[in-house]
Design a protein. Sequence first.
Length: 234
Amino acid sequence: MNNARDAQIRAWTLVLGILLILSLGVAGFVFLLRESLQRVQKAVDPVNQLTSGLSTQVAQVLHPTPTVIPDPVTVINQVRSLARLETIQYSIEKVITAETGQGALGVLFGDKLLFVAHGVVIAGVDLQKLGPKDLWVENGILYVRLPEPELFIATLDNDKSYVYDRATGLLTHGDINLETTARRAAEQEIEKAALEDGILEQAGRNAENYMYRLLLDLGYPEVIFVKPTPTPVP
């Protein structure tokens, strides 16, 4: 009986010893594996950083961010007071086609773009041109001769205007001034469209309505507007 118990104890001791040895071996292996992974990670990190840096540099070359450097010197050429009464504003959209080098060799040397222009045209009367001779009272009636209506602003809205499409020939990089030409033409067309639609006539009527209410509030019982004498054409 004692021999059997001793044998059993020795067997369990052997098993526990083997388990202990295996545990220590696994722990050591895990430790060594972790150390190896850390060394590999340290070795790979510079490569990753270099790759990331190269990717950033390539992206900056292919898609550079514009740098705007204003001149620190500002020159004010003129300052003058204004008394403009803006009475109407047009918002106009116009599609402009600009092209160069078209024809038989257009496939090789041509350049063509479509420019979608959004413009603003503002008109009214310049009250600074209103003098004492343009206001007089007869029989309690105030007569007013307002200045001729005029365009104050006819310009593009750069936030909304854009090049919709552009096609260049196989052997050319395009005309660097073509978009500028399209923008100038767009401003002229926007101004022309506003004039053809009668913006000046509407500006004159709006100015009379505004001044009529203002002069009544100032105490004049009746106001009559007189059309300005047309300037003779030389």
